[in-house]
Design a protein around this ligand. Structure first.
Ligand code: FNR
Length: 181
């Protein structure tokens, strides 16, 4: 099964990007996870959309269209998802127009140096995805707290229990998306 994964952070040292890289390492052979970097996706503007989707937006929508499932790792900013995450969802969910994200199964995960591990960001993300007709895996939830203690300087996940749980999470995701494919 083909999975598109994206992180709602643009920074090179992003814990959420690193978490997705670890997901590639922990996924079974039947789960082909490809990371899509949201860098280059402009802020949503209906005028730009009317003129035709920018290249990076088309690539993003095509990647979603051709995927059996989506993994989203969004940081939490000010108790919500990041603007980068929301903006990407907005481009991919235009009611009555072009809604590749609608009906797709989504696994939400996230990493934060704080102790709540993106709980509030994930709640908000679920709410938005519900409104566009995407399906979010209800359980298990993956909230990686104190993320700065769990990766090395190269962004490798060094925490064994998180690695094991990530593996379990991905197995559950693989089973859960089967009826949607
Ligand atoms: C944050 N951060 C943060 N963390 C958190 O757990 N809850 C929050 O509400 C916020 N709010 C917040 C606002 C803004 C504007 C910034 C820049 C940061 C900290 C955030 O979790 C941290 O910077 C992460 O490292 C961001 O994720 P990436 O880039 O490492 O993936």
């Amino acid at each position: 099964m083909k999975i598109i994964a994206f992180a709602g952070s643009l920074r090179s040292g992003s814990f959420n990007k690193s978490l997705l890289k670890a997901a590639i390492e922990e996924a079974s052979d039947s789960l082909e996870i490809e990371i899509f970097d949201l860098d280059g996706i402009p802020l949503f503007n209906a005028d730009i959309e009317t003129e035709g989707d920018p290249k990076r937006v088309s690539e993003f929508k095509d990647a979603i269209r051709s995927a059996d499932g989506i993994l989203i790792a969004s940081p939490e900013y000010n108790h919500g998802m990041t603007g980068v995450t929301k903006n990407a969802i907005d481009w991919a969910s235009r009611p009555g127009n072009d809604m590749p994200i609608g009906g797709k199964p989504v696994g939400i995960l996230g990493a934060s140096p704080g102790i709540t591990g993106t709980a509030r960001s994930q709640d908000q993300l679920r709410q938005s995805l519900k409104s566009v007709g995407a399906h979010c895996m209800p359980k298990p939830e993956l909230l990686l707290f104190r993320a700065h203690e769990k990766f090395d300087n190269q962004g490798n996940l060094t925490d064994d229990s998180t690695r094991r749980f990530l593996g379990k999470y991905l197995k559950a995701f693989e089973e859960w998306i089967k009826p949607f494919t």
